[in-house]
Design a protein around this ligand. Sequence first.
Ligand code: BYC
Length: 308
Amino acid sequence: MLQLEFDERVAADDRVEPRDWMPDAYRSTLIRQIAQHAHSEIIGMQPEGNWITRAPSLKRKAILIAKVQDEAGHGLYLYSAAETLGVDRDELVELLLAGRQKYSSIFNYPTLTWADIGAIGWLVDGAAITNQVPLCRCSYGPYARAMVRICKEESFHQRQGFEILYTLGHGTPGQKAMAQDAVDRWWWPSLMMFGPPDAASTHTGQSTAWKIKRFGNDELRQRFVDMTVPQADALGLALPDDGIAWNAERGHYDFTEPDYAELTAVIEGNGPCNAERIAVRRAAHEDGAWVREAAAAYAAKRAGREAA
Ligand code: BYC
């Protein structure tokens, strides 16, 4: 009976809310995906945060600080959405630090030059928007609602990345070369963000049936390529794939698939920056212990005052 109500709700595109009955596997796959997503936002602050002190002007610095703060905010909405499923944020952070929950592969690559900040905004946030706009229609209400605000902010992030690359691309030959180098390095990892091909994906079938994911990994990757190729033309930068060509029959751009063996290696912890990212996060968590203790002491004192 409960299962039937749940199935009907999903079939009717109604939202599942925290107090509604849901299958255990639906709950656990949501916790897995939302936690991974939250961890990605928080770890994702590192590659860009590394450039706050080196941004080339006060205006660029202020914009980058705002962007990195937005990512922290996204992490908080997502941890809150995960908590509505009965898990604790502390528990999720411990799982991340113990290497038992994942975060996006993309944040295990280094940011070598200022142009990387442009490439992250343009390509990484562009891929994120492509993946996340459909999540605004996810069957689980709190996740879907969190995604609405996140996507609005990601659109601004993508635009600022485009603008950085446009400026560099129309600057000196050295600046243009720096922009091209960043695009060359971030293109393939950005394609990998969408996950393995559907044929090799563990969760896509069930997650799309439950309307957690609205589309498979391959369809979203294709959408991203279709959106990005004309933008690269507008930037005057090349995408590092000779296989990109308009296919009139399919109505899409053909492109070369990324190296999925590299994706697997990065997911398994063997990317260029995996160890550094987790070490920095662990240190930040330990450094922040006094804030959590002070907040807990304040809450206990307040609760005591209210009870008196
Ligand atoms: N990286 O069956 P599949 C951002 C894992 S933050 C790492 O297709 P699923 C931003 C996958 O988890 C961007 N792991 O899985 C922040 C699974 O392993 P488990 C983050 C990956 O869940 C700051 C296994 O491989 N976005 O935008 O159906 C600055 C098999 O995959 C990856 C999100 O998290 C990967 N790339 O689909 C700027 C969006 N790909 O869990 C920007 C929400 C796959 O069985 N998440 N895996 O151990 C999703 O949409 C989906 O979870 C995915 C994967 C499409 C990522």
